[in-house]
Design a binder for this molecule. Sequence first.
Ligand code: NAI
Ligand code: MG
Length: 496
Amino acid sequence: MTSVQLKTPATGEYTQPTGLFINNEFVKGVDGKTFDVINPSDESVICSVHEATEKDVDIAVKAARAAFDGEWRRVTPEQRGKYLRKLADLFEANVEKLGAVEALDNGKAFSIAKNDVAGGAACLRYYGGWADKIEGKVVDTTPDTFNYVRKEPIGVCGQIIPWNFPILMWCWKIGPAVAAGNTVIIKTAEQTPLSALVAAELIKEAGFPPGVINVISGFGKVAGAAISSHMEIDKVAFTGSTVVGRQIMKAAADSNLKKVTLELGGKSPNIVFDDADIDNAISWVNFGIYFNHGQCCCAGSRIYVQEGIYEKFLQRFKERAAKNVVGDPFHADTFQGPQVSQLQYDRIMSYIEHGKESGATVEIGGTRKGDKGYFIEPTIFSNVTDDMKIVQEEIFGPVCSISKFKTKADVIALGNNTTYGLAAAVHTTNLNTAIEVANSLKAGTVWVNAYNMLHHQLPFGGYKESGIGRELGEDALENYLQTKTVSIRLADALFG
Ligand code: NAI
Ligand code: MG
C-alpha cells in the first residue's frame, strides 16, 4: 500500500500518499521499512510512511541521472517554465488540502499554512519565469578567437529540507533547481513528510517527465547521509541545523566534492531605538520571535531596546505577547500551535530551565501549555548577559531575551556578537540610523521597521556560520548553474 485515507478537521477525508515518489510513481522502500508520523497537537500517530534507505537513494539517483542525461535535456527552457507554472497553478488549486495537511503534520495554524502554500506557489511561478531567461555571453579576447560563456545546469541535485516550513522549503529548493535544468532528489524531514507527498502527486499532474523531481521520506542519518556522500549527486542543498550543515560539507568533501549550499541557524538581533514608532516596533518584535512558534532560522530572538524606552517597551511587549493565541492549529484565532516534536519540546524546555538557573528573569511564560501536545507559552527572559547560553545559542522555540543598550555603537557590537549572521532588524524613525545600522550588521538580511519580510524575489541566506550561498531571487538560480567557457580558434584564412 502506498496511500491511506486520512481526515483533517478543515477539509474532511483525503487520500494521503505514503510511498517514495521516484520516476513519477509512488513505491515502497526496498527494505520495506516504514516510520510513524506524529500529530504534534495531540501526540497521536497520523499514519506511517515508507522510509528511504541508501538503496532507495541509489534508485532515485539513477532515475534522476537518466532523466538528466535523457528526456529532460531535450526539454526546452520555455517548457521547463511551463511545467513550473503549471505546478504553481496546481498548488493554488489545492491550497486548502495542502494547508490542512501541513497544519495536521507540522502543527502550524491552518490559516498560516495556507499562506505557506500560496508563497510556495508564487516561488515556483517566479522560477518558472526564469527558466527561459538564463543567458550566457560572448567575450572578445583576440581577433582570431570566438569565445562564449554558457550557463549549464549542475546535474543531479540532492536537497535536504527541515520540518519548520515543509512545503515552502520544498518550493524554495525545487524552483531554482528545476528552472536551471537540473534534476532533483529531495528528502523531507522525518517529522513532516506528508505535505510534500501530496505535492508529489501534483508533479505528475503538471506533466514533468519521470525522474526530474523525486521526493523521498527518510531519516537524516540514513537517507540524508546517503545523499550527501553519494558519488553520483553533483550538488547538495541543505536547510537545517549548523551541526548537520558541517557534516554535510564534510561528506561532500570526502566523497565527490559535490557543490554545497547551506542555509543554517541564526540568533538574530532585533534592535529598537528610542525614536522608533513603538506600536509598530512591538508588533514586529512580537511577530519576529513568535511567528511559526519561534521555529524560524531567522527568528528575532535577541531583542535590544534603547534605555530611554526600555521599561515602557518591555511592559507593552509582555502585554502583546500574552495575547498571542496558543492552541489548536485548526482553530480560526490560533497564532501559535505546538512545537513540532517531543524532541524539540524537550530541547526548548531545557533552554528555559538553563535560563532560569543562570539567573535570568522570566517576564512571561516559561511553562508548558496544556497537558497534551507540545505547546509552550510565549516566553521572555530579561536580566540576561551576553555570555548566557540562552543569548548565544539558537533555541528554535517561542523564547527570546530582551536587554537594554545605550548607544548605536554599543548595539552594533552587541548585534554582531554571535557566530551566526542570518538576519537582523532595526526599528527607528531616523533614516541615517537605519542605514548605518543595517550596513554595519553582519547579516544576510536586515529589515527596517519590520520583520520576517521574506519574498521570493529577494535573496536570503547567511553570513558567518549561518550558511553558504543564497536561497531565492536570482542568486539561488546561480547556485544551480555552472559556467562553461567555449573558445573557438577561427580559421587562419579569415585573417589572411
Ligand atoms: P536537523 O539539521 O537534524 O534536520 C534538518 C534536516 O537534515 C532533516 O531533513 C534531517 O533528516 C536532515 N539530517 C539530519 N542529520 C543529517 C545527516 N547526518 N546528514 C544529512 N541530513 C541530515 O535539525 P533538527 O534536529 O530537526 O533540529 C535541531 C535544530 O536545528 C533546531 O533546534 C534548530 O536550532 C535547527 N534547525 C534549523 C532550521 C533552519 O531553518 N535553519 C530548520 C530545522 C532545524
Ligand atoms: Mg508530524
